[in-house]
Design a protein around this ligand. Structure first.
Ligand code: MSP
Length: 526
């Protein structure tokens, strides 16, 4: 692929669509921030990006939650969806679309998907008798139910016995194809441990999937099966379809038809580990049955606990939108975004604690990055009246900084393609460390005492400023506002068409820029 192809190549990233039975929390913000960082990175790299999020509004869980609050499901959804949309605005999320499964553009397309599956003889009428986890909206086999003593493996609530006629999707016919596909595409489920998990479960065999519920049991809420008005489409089949319906597929003759055809297959569906099976078995099997390409990657991240315990409203450690707002007020939205992606390897479980947040903030942001920017600008102000001196030839002392910058540039896109925020941030941190060490080693404050060293002093400060520019640029997808402020202090505005990979090339700051007096980006917290 040449450079122009790479630049125009579409990039499609999605989050799960969130249930509207309850309010948003840190877990939802985690996936959405991760998706936002990917979207911002690839946009900055010149790709044609589509970033989708939204809400999952059907299913028994929503019907019950609405009933408990004396509302209709639609009223509940209309109320809760605002909380999600506002949180995304507050967190500077740049989604290109927001899909609600109660929208007509979605409902009609889901019916078309089902109609096509029926046409292909992938669906038949049968009866379901067995267990259902209403919290997860999941059918549970007898043996799995027995293993968890007939309680939900996720929230511990009793499973519910269902006995009713249902339409089935011939999922079992697709198991071999799924195994073959997953084996042939090592990157299609990440992290690898999750891929192994799915493969071994698939090899144990899978039953056909119940894909409808009696409409009366859902109080009429849901998407009607196109072949039977007494049945509604199973909420997971409805929900998973959003990744395609939002980009105008299948065609149904409305204005959305084909709007985002170029974005499929999606590059990555970001999800939490509890919804892996739906995304790596039900969803690709549906697509295979329709003879459609499947998403390139499903990445399952871990779960957050808070202050060492599972989050719960009764324990008082639930990190709701209000708590997130308090954290963002105390630190900043950018610091919250940074912390979530920095504190935990993407894919692993993690714990949120105020102590850990403050520790990382002080060590990495205030002392590491903030201090580097302050020192650099202070010295340029003090020794060169704020005018950026010109660089010199790189000698052995510069090499470690140049190498770290080059390593960052070489690794960044691959790290983002693999959702490896840890590696990406390690490379940024390495450059910060190398530059701080460079200042210690070259000791510009000593050279400043000797007039004859002015050329060398200028070259050192240029090296620092250039490293800072690169660091701020690469941190921009994570901390857009703060990094923009930092770049302004450096008096640097990148050319509008410049991609992040080009921006990563050494030596772009022109001598003569008038840098500002530093204003701490991350004041230390006591
Ligand atoms: N509606 C379904 C998804 C349908 S996608 C086609 C759903 N919604 S959810 O609102 O219950 O969960 C959304 C996401 O939040 C899931 O990926 C889940 O893993 C994630 N999280 C819920 N609690 C979490 C934590 N404590 N930590 C991290 N993520 C967590 O499932």
């Amino acid at each position: 692929m040449d450079a122009t192809d790479a630049m125009s190549k579409p990039y499609y990233v999605t989050t799960p669509i969130y249930y509207v039975n309850d309010v948003p929390h840190i877990g939802h913000s985690y996936t959405t921030i991760a998706a936002d960082v990917l979207a911002r990175y690839f946009r900055a790299d010149g790709r044609d990006v589509r970033f989708l999020t939204g809400t999952d509004e059907h299913g028994i869980k929503i019907v019950k939650a609405a009933g408990e609050r004396g509302m209709s499901p639609k009223e509940l959804a209309d109320e809760v969806v605002v909380g999600f949309q506002e949180l995304w605005k507050d967190l500077n999320i740049t989604n290109d679309d927001f899909i609600r499964t109660s929208q007509e553009r979605h409902e009609r397309r889901v019916q078309e998907i089902i109609a096509r599956l029926i046409e292909r003889d992938e669906i038949y009428l049968g009866a379901y008798e067995g267990w259902y986890d209403e919290g997860q909206e999941e059918f549970i086999t007898e043996s799995a139910a027995a293993e968890t003593e007939f309680k939900s493996a996720v929230n511990g609530k009793p499973l519910v016995r269902y006995q009713e006629p249902t339409y089935y999707f011939r999922l079992s016919n697709w198991v071999d194809k799924l195994i073959e596909y997953i084996e042939a595409n090592p990157g299609c489920i990440q992290p690898q441990a999750r891929r192994n998990e799915v493969l071994s479960k698939l090899r144990m065999g899978v039953d056909d999937l119940s894909i409808s519920r009696l409409k009366e049991k859902l109080g009429g809420w849901g998407i009607e099966m196109p072949n039977d008005p007494t049945h509604s489409v199973y909420v997971w089949v409805d929900a998973l379809s959003n990744y395609r319906t939002a980009i105008g597929w299948p065609e149904i003759g409305d204005e959305h038809d084909g709007v985002g055809a170029q974005y499929w297959p999606a590059d990555v569906h970001l999800i939490g580990k509890d919804i892996l099976w739906f995304h790596t078995v039900y969803w690709p099997a549906m697509l295979m049955a329709l003879d459609e390409p499947v998403a390139r990657c499903v990445f399952a991240h871990g779960w957050w606990t808070a202050e060492g315990k599972k989050m719960s409203k009764t324990l008082g450690n639930f990190i709701s939108r209000e708590t997130i707002a308090e954290i963002c007020d105390e630190y900043s939205v950018d610091v919250y975004r940074y912390f979530l992606l920095r504190a935990v390897t993407f894919g692993a479980d993690g714990d949120f604690s105020h102590e850990a947040l403050q520790g990382r903030y002080n060590n990495e942001l205030a002392n590491g990055l903030g201090n580097l920017l302050n020192r650099t600008l202070n010295m340029i102000n003090r020794y060169f009246d704020g005018v950026l001196p010109s660089g010199g030839d790189a000698g052995p002392e510069e090499q470690a900084v140049l190498d770290a910058a080059d390593d960052l540039r070489q690794s960044a896109t691959g790290a983002m393609e693999n959702c490896d925020f840890g590696l990406y941030l390690d490379k940024v941190t390495d450059l910060i460390g190398a530059t701080n060490r460079y200042i210690e080693v070259t000791a510009p404050f000593k050279l400043a005492k000797d007039e004859s060293q002015s050329g060398r002093l200028g070259a050192i400060l240029y090296t620092c400023a250039e490293a800072v520019r690169i660091i701020l640029t690469y941190l921009s997808p994570l901390m857009p506002e703060t990094m923009a402020a930092g770049l302004e202090q450096l008096d640097w505005k990148a050319p509008s068409e410049q991609t992040i990979s080009d921006a990563g090339q050494w030596g772009q700051l022109p001598a003569g820029l008038k840098v500002m007096k530093p204003e701490p980006l991350f004041p230390r917290k006591q």
